[in-house]
Design a binder for this molecule. Sequence first.
Ligand code: PLP
Length: 376
Amino acid sequence: MDYAVSNRDTGKVHPMTDNQSFKLTKHPSPTSPEKRAALMENPGFGKIFSDHMVTMSWNAEQGWHNGEVKARAPFAIDPAAAVLHYAQEIFEGMKAYRTKDGIALFRPEENARRMAMSAERMAMPAIPEKLFIEAVEALVRADADWIPEGDGSLYIRPFMFSSEPFLGVRPASDYIFCVIASPVGAYFKGGYKAVTVWVSDDYTRAAPGGTGAAKCGGNYAASLIAQAEATRNGCDQVVFLDAVEHRWVEELGGMNVFFVMDDNRLVTPPLGGTILPGITRASIIKLAQEAGLTVEEKPYSFEEWRKDAESGKLREAFACGTAAVVAGIGSVRFKDGSFSIGNSGDGEVTARLRANLVGIQRGSVDDAHGWVHVVR
Ligand SMILES: *Cc1c(COP(=O)(O)O)cnc(C)c1O
């Protein structure tokens, strides 16, 4: 089947086929089982990596080509590669789990769709959904031994960057797509603990018309100074307010946010260009509705947050994303003070929603939505 992919430089449309498959060249000297076991004993997050990677190239003439699974190795890219200068880069984050049915991915087609949306915003070529999933599956199969047992999972990082050596400013004509994987332990060791968040006063993450809804490295680069400020103030994560009024809660540096009210309502800021459309967010909305909660996607101000926490109208708050899944927010700090939420711990609704979601992901709760994708 042919896909038409437009080269945004020339506006021409180039044919692309999705009968690409990923040629496997096994690592000539893979990590020994003993060394791998030692590395995986305490993997942390994003520090150790599996043996292989997927790479695939794009140019205007050939579309996507040269799909490969091979030994993980550094890239050789030109010092003028556009990504190093103008940050034309996007990524995804997903996990592979060991379940009773085999190796499973969670809603990978959603990652594929979001990557295509990010590509469009950043003037990069899209990867057909089927090809994206094939790439992820190919890596997971090659590195299946790197999927931890128990609470851990294999974090998968697909990404794409512009590799054309050119300092002129325009969408590049050459791109590299890559997938790497990193075994990770349970995000919260020894039970879930609520996090403390810092509400940034000076910095914003995304403005209307900007790249807030695209999963691009540049958004993270812009958030790091605020994250450092959060850390300096003894907080785990930063919360951003909207760029226009500095009033509405948007999201954390890399997680979406939910508020649990005392009248069976769950409130979360609406998508609309400045918030990253989290797959965990979408899944939580669905599960909460099915559990009988009223979910409202509506603007919620920092002022309301503080008042509702103080009056007790707000019972719980939590952040969610693939890495941490669901993390309770126990207290909130800002320039002029702080407040706590509920019992400052992990709330009951938060814990229930998390147990439901994690159960589906790991195959212990019935997957009524067909969210679990078993890798054959
Ligand atoms: C990836 C990401 C999220 C969470 O998305 P998930 O699909 O749930 O992992 C939230 N916010 C930002 C800024 C992100 O980059």
